[in-house]
Design a binder for this molecule. Structure first.
Ligand code: NAP
Length: 382
């Protein structure tokens, strides 16, 4: 077993690596007046290679560290659920636009739902359930500050009355807020609209299509397997296309949308998006939420794919001031039986890289999360 000690790093995460005065940082973290009762270790994943193309398991390395004690004005959080997301592919690159990179030997960045074990910060108390960018690790030290790109709101205390813990990183977290604000503010579906959703069985897609249905639109999904088609049809999608089984996606869209498409909700980009766009009616709307198809691409210059635009067309963080309203509405729809969600849960932090890489092979249905601990601090199931 390798035991590494902690040093302060970017994004409230901690980093091991060359050039860091570890002795100093470790001693700062230990002089706090509070210590764990026993010296325990926890697991964390470091990025050890910047992949070109599809990421591989050995781009990541798992290490064991001593569970740290929180210094003044910081808290120690024990992670329960970790979100793995396609956009994280961009932060693996050695340079990136619109997504800060993870430095080599830095802890992999990721959204976490966890519990405060010990707080030395006035905004948090022991036992609070919190959600924020705390990384691929069982325990994290943070001051709760936001990340300027990925989490401008900062660490938030989760309102457990709105839903189970895992939903704080799924339907009531970033993917849910993405679906809610992109559909309700940009697509503006109405009953006469035909709305097409790509990656319709994914984290955002399975929610976006249902919101379109709540607004009365006819909703068509595009996805990759018969099981995923059944999944979205059970959620209320009116029809679906298996893009892996059609030679000409534009003709397939024309077949299921004989009156054309009014709204395109795009999670994928590339040729799939071009095929749908050939079928748009006058007055069409589209929201370009993600370009999963591009994330692993290598350009002719041998460099990873980069955004050609200054920023994606839609950015969920632009709605950060309204998240609480979005969460309340999504939670109400769930309680009223109008909105269903599915979390695709992989157990064990050991499996985080595989869970993440699997997103690019379509192995998830719904929102993929990694359960890092089966039990909460009070012994109840997480
Ligand atoms: N702009 C924003 O603020 C914002 C916020 C959140 C997410 N996003 C973006 O929205 C998109 C969806 O995110 P998500 O979290 O909901 O992830 P997700 O849909 O759960 O992502 C995994 C799915 O992507 C599809 N996929 C993977 N590789 C693909 C490829 N090469 N070509 C086509 N489809 C592929 C697969 O579905 P199939 O089996 O259907 O192919 C897979 O199951 C991502 O691009 C993400 O970066 C943007």
């Amino acid at each position: 077993m390798s035991v590494y000690f902690l040093a302060a790093g970017p994004n409230n995460l901690t980093t091991v690596g060359e050039g860091v005065d570890m002795k100093k940082e470790v001693s700062e973290e230990l002089i706090t007046g509070w210590q764990p009762e026993t010296i325990e270790t926890h697991k964390r994943w470091l990025l050890v290679n910047h992949p070109l193309g599809m990421p591989a398991l050995d781009d990541f390395m798992m290490v064991e560290d001593v569970i740290p004690a929180p210094p003044p004005n910081k808290i120690l959080v024990r992670g329960l659920y970790l979100s793995v997301d396609p956009f994280q592919r961009l932060i693996l690159n050695s340079t990136s636009r619109n997504a800060e990179i993870v430095p080599l030997y830095g802890v992999m960045m990721g959204d976490v739902v966890g519990e405060v074990v010990k707080s030395n910060h006035p905004d948090f108390k022991d036992g609070d359930v919190v959600n924020g960018i705390l990384g691929w690790q069982n325990y994290a030290i943070t001051d709760g500050a936001g990340h300027y790109i990925h989490n401008r709101a900062g660490l938030r205390v989760v309102d457990e009355s709105l839903g189970p813990l895992n939903t704080a990183a799924s339907v009531l977290g970033r993917p849910g807020m993405t679906a809610y604000f992109s559909v309700m503010r940009e697509c503006l579906p109405k009953p006469s609209d035909v709305m097409v959703v790509s990656t319709a069985a994914g984290a955002v897609g399975h929610l976006a299509g249902q919101i379109g249905k709540i607004m009365g639109a006819t909703v068509i999904g595009i996805t990759s397997t018969a099981d995923k088609i059944k999944f979205i049809e059970d959620l209320g999608y009116d029809d679906a296309i298996n893009y892996k089984e059609v030679n000409d996606l534009s003709s397939a869209v024309q077949r299921v949308c004989p009156k054309g498409v009014d709204i395109f909700y795009d999670n994928v980009g590339g040729p799939m998006a071009e095929a749908v766009m050939m079928n748009m009616n006058d007055g069409w709307r589209a929201t370009y939420v993600g370009v999963t198809q591009n994330y692993n691409e290598v350009g002719e210059n041998g460099q990873p794919w980069k955004w050609k635009m200054d920023k994606p067309m839609f950015i969920v963080h632009d709605y950060v001031a309204e998240y609480e309203d979005g969460r309340r509405q999504m939670s109400e729809w769930i309680k009223d039986g109008k909105l269903k969600y599915q979390d695709d849960i992989v157990d064990g932090i050991e499996n985080a890289p595989e869970a993440f890489i699997g997103l690019f092979a379509g192995t998830n249905t719904g929102k993929r999360l990694v359960r890092m601990n089966q039990k909460r601090l009070n012994g109840e199931a997480a």
